[in-house]
Design a binder for this molecule. Structure first.
Ligand code: AKG
Ligand code: FE2
Length: 331
């Protein structure tokens, strides 16, 4: 069967579902790029199926990570770290503060690791200053025993998927496929899992599992638990639920793609709402934040140099931009 835009878009809407399974043919890539381009200029969010990341790996990653969060607090605290860096955090910060919105802390724990956190001390030392989260060594729990190897495999496989998504996005913008490559050839991406514990006590007024924010890298590839709702995306003035499809990922653009494209593409506000009172389930989501090279410039790119998004950026490099955001989230 030939691939065209209507066959790769398996469900249309504000957050369409796009099937990537024909991405190894030129015709398939062209159709997928078109579908991605439509989503990126309207919502900046889409769901991918047929992405090629083995279900077994996603399930293993979910299982080992969830098991870690179910350990007693004292054991998790053994790998606690300072804000934004690799390791465990009992309080995962306040994402709304990245946009200077003052809200109570998010009802969320986190565990994070950076792809650069596996490099040698010397290599990491060359990637930026002390504050920069990607210059720190990863910290790993001892339990479950295959936690680290599973995370390493997941970071590698989802990182490769992100690199191909960037090539498809370049195609969608009618650029060479490798247009974004030199901005990501020593990227400091991270996986920063959100664990939303059971809500026994009622939240404070204005307190959410994750407050409203935009992501600040290039793209985010998020895996969510199939049957646990919560993610909402802002469409105009309305919050829209994003439902999870088993084995899929939600992909969304971060601020840097909006900036690089001079505002032609959008980085959309989203949040995670609380479960109904009486629903005491936990929820775990696994975002892979594809971040460009720390020293990449954040100027709008040619041919998009007339930028309406430029006002939102008062820093020069990815390193300054990301460090400033992280400091706000944990302030
Ligand atoms: O947990 C979710 O569904 C989304 C979390 C999120 O937006 C984030 O971590 O940036
Ligand atoms: Fe987000």
């Amino acid at each position: 069967m030939g691939s065209d835009e209507s066959t790769v878009t398996v469900a249309d809407g504000f957050v369409p579902v796009i099937d990537l399974s024909s991405r190894d043919t030129a015709r398939g890539r062209a159709a997928i790029a078109k579908a991605i381009g439509n989503a990126c200029s309207s919502s900046g969010f889409f769901i991918i199926v047929g992405h090629g990341v083995p279900r077994e790996l996603i399930d293993r990653m979910f299982d080992r990570t969830n098991s870690f969060f179910k350990l007693p607090e004292e054991e998790k605290d053994l790998i606690a770290n300072r804000p934004g860096v690799s390791g465990y955090r009992r309080a995962g910060g306040t994402l709304a503060r990245s946009l200077d919105l003052q809200t109570p802390p998010d009802l969320c724990e986190t565990f994070a690791a950076h792809v650069t956190g596996e490099l040698s001390d010397q290599e990491r030392g060359q990637l930026g200053d002390e504050w920069a989260s990607w210059t720190h060594k990863n910290i790993w729990p001892e339990n479950p025993p295959d936690f680290r190897s599973t995370w390493q495999e997941y970071m590698r496989v989802v990182g490769d998927l992100c690199a191909d998504l960037m090539r498809l996005m370049a195609l969608a913008l009618e650029l060479d496929e490798d247009f974004f490559e030199d901005k990501h050839d020593h990227h400091g991406s991270s996986v920063a899992v959100n664990y939303y514990p059971p809500q026994i006590e009622p939240p404070l007024p204005g307190q959410l599992r994750r407050g409203p924010h935009t992501d600040f890298g290039s793209v985010t590839v998020l895996h969510m638990e199939d049957d646990r709702k919560g993610l909402q995306v802002l469409q105009g003035t309305e919050w829209r639920d994003v439902s999870a499809i088993p084995g899929s990922f939600v992909v969304n653009l971060g601020d840097l793609m909006a900036l690089w494209t001079g505002g032609r593409w959008v980085s959309t506000m989203h949040r995670v709402v609380n479960p109904e009172r009486g629903d005491t389930t936990s929820r775990l989501t696994m975002p892979y934040f594809y971040l460009p090279n720390y020293d990449a410039s954040i100027e709008p790119m040619q041919p998009f140099s007339e930028s309406s998004a430029v006002d939102r950026f008062d820093t020069v490099t990815v390193s300054e931009w990301v460090s400033r955001k992280v400091q706000k989230i944990f302030s």
